[in-house]
Write a protein that binds this ligand. Structure first.
Ligand code: FMN
Length: 283
């Protein structure tokens, strides 16, 4: 397994033993944005889709489909539609995870009854099924020594992606995923928020939030991750007034100017309209 030498997130937190193979893979995850051109071994796709289909699924509805794209020309087009992210064309396999109610509507027609699940919950359920399936594929791929990167930018130009993938009414592209052999090693995992910010025992509490944010700011600033990547705020003074440029500063800037989350946020403003036109309902 390619992940064996990297210090996992568990070990970084002093949660070394017992660490089984699954935890080792989970705790070693880093997004991979640079791939070797090598094709995937025969049978890999089928293993990955079996991993997806092994995931829990709401009421066994299995309300998602996965479109696999290997054709170089189609990957090039996807790469352009997904914010010109070059690694999409570079990776040998791109999977599009698609919440799917087309199949459920089809079987209602087939069985001679109306489709009644027109509420927001259906959208959430199908989106959640698709996202969970995607995560299973990610872990399966990483356990096979492959690298992955999720591609939310697939929603940048949702209509064009739907057209390219031939998605029928009631099916949309939620996230993409590049999969391939990494062409570089990722020696460390990206630090996450301290657990006390995320884990709430018995009930939600903000007691440790401030402390956690300060700690995480220090960690992320020290990692150098924001060097050359600071988000500009045209309406604010350039000085930080003694604050450090850490996760809180970076992230608050991004969510206060959503167009900086990616150039895509402005494109995604039409997403609801596109989804409604494509058969989704949010009642
Ligand atoms: C739903 C989703 C969509 C994402 N979309 C993109 C993307 O379009 N491009 C990209 O480079 N990374 C994308 N990522 C990867 C995140 O940037 C990455 O997971 C995050 O920065 C944490 O880094 P790590 O995965 O290396 O730990 C996406 C992740 C998720 C979960």
């Amino acid at each position: 397994m390619a992940t064996e030498t990297k210090q996992t997130r568990f070990e970084t937190l002093g949660l070394g033993a017992p660490l089984n193979e699954v935890l080792r893979v989970i705790g070693s995850h880093t997004s991979c944005r640079s791939y070797k051109p090598d094709p995937l071994p025969p049978g890999t796709l089928e293993h990955l889709i079996t991993a997806a289909q092994s995931t829990s699924t709401s009421s066994n509805l299995q309300a998602y489909s996965i479109v696999a794209i290997e054709d170089p020309e189609r990957k090039e087009r996807l790469s352009r539609l997904c914010g010109n992210q070059k690694f999409i064309a570079q990776s040998p396999l791109f999977l599009a995870f698609c919440p799917d109610k087309y199949r459920l509507e089809y079987l209602c027609k087939r069985q001679g009854r109306p489709f009644g699940a027109t509420f927001l919950e259906m959208f959430l359920l199908a989106s959640m099924d698709a996202a969970l399936a995607a995560q299973s594929v990610a872990l399966a791929a990483e356990s096979m020594g492959l690298g992955i990167c999720m591609v939310g930018a697939i929603r940048n130009n949702e209509q064009e992606v739907m057209d390219l993938l031939g998605l029928p009414q009631g099916v949309y592209a939620l996230t993409g995923m590049c999969i391939g052999f990494p062409d570089r090693t990722y020696p460390t995992v990206k630090p996450r928020l301290p657990m006390k910010a995320v884990l709430h025992r018995e009930a939600y509490s903000v007691e440790h939030l401030e402390e956690a944010l300060c700690e995480y700011d220090e960690t992320m600033a020290a990692s150098g991750i924001y060097e050359g990547r600071q988000v500009e705020m045209p309406d604010e003074p350039a000085t930080l007034d003694g604050r450090i440029y850490g996760w809180a500063e970076h992230t608050s800037r991004r969510v206060s100017r959503p167009e900086t989350l990616s150039e895509a946020a402005s494109l995604r403003k039409n997403l609801r309209k596109t989804l409604v036109e494509h058969g989704w309902t949010f009642a």
